[in-house]
Design a protein around this ligand. Structure first.
Ligand SMILES: *Cc1c(COP(=O)(O)O)cnc(C)c1O
Length: 216
């Protein structure tokens, strides 16, 4: 029985989906949460994800949350539940191509760069708008655009984190009211990790990606 799991679920109180980030965690640790009812799990390495997918129950919904190399999309395309980390056009094009092969529509989120660290991935808002104006992402009929994702800065400054999440929320609203007006499924804001999930929840997150707090 993982007590932290129950206490986090209580805090979330059905306001968002909890994605248990199981990178580096064993199949036994994943199964412990599975037996408590958890079905959404997140991984950031293709090879590790594929091994876990093969070994674990098939009703687990796997989320890809890391830097995804184009040449590895094919390994997860048959089964991935949602890709959170679409951060350039070329990656979107490859996901679309692989999804077509498996005759499915893959749910995806557009990743933004909002943090101060330059090492984090993602689109800048202005760049994304230029791409959307050219109808580039919308033409990928084997992708369902579900919303957006980002990581906040790694800082103790909660005001800054809140500010970054608010910015993301504004981006989401603007996109939903312009480029994704007719896209019924554009509803998700994936933000908030172990250190900042309560702030994210307050600022309108619909998906939280929590690892260390759950498993340590
Ligand atoms: C590892 C990771 C998380 C979870 O981080 P914790 O601080 O362990 O909760 C969330 N999102 C992404 C993109 C990650 O790589």
């Amino acid at each position: 029985m993982n007590e932290k799991y129950t206490s986090i679920l209580n805090k979330i109180n059905n306001k968002a989906i909890l994605i248990a980030v199981s990178k580096f965690r064993s199949e036994t640790e994943i199964m412990e949460l599975y037996h408590q009812g958890q079905r959404h799990f997140g991984e950031n390495k293709v090879q590790e994800l594929v091994l876990k997918y093969e070994a674990l129950p098939k009703d687990i919904q796997w989320h890809f949350i890391g830097n995804l190399q184009r040449n590895k999309v094919k390994y997860i395309a048959p089964f991935i539940h949602c890709i959170h980390s679409v951060e350039n056009e070329q990656l979107a094009s490859e996901i679309n191509k692989q999804a077509q092969k498996y005759n499915r529509k893959i749910p995806c989120l557009i990743q933004f760069h909002i943090a101060e660290e330059t090492t984090k991935q993602g689109f800048l808002y202005s760049d994304l708008c230029l791409i959307l104006q050219k109808n580039i992402l919308q033409q990928y009929t084997n992708i369902t655009w579900k919303g957006i994702m980002a990581m906040a800065s790694n800082t103790d400054n909660t005001a800054q984190i809140r500010n970054e999440f608010q910015t993301l929320r504004i981006y989401f609203n603007e996109l939903k009211n312009t480029f994704f007006k007719t896209e019924q499924s554009f509803n998700e804001i994936s933000m908030g990790m172990s250190n900042d999930y309560e702030i994210a929840l307050n600022e309108g997150a619909t998906m939280l990606r929590i690892g260390s707090l759950l498993f340590n």
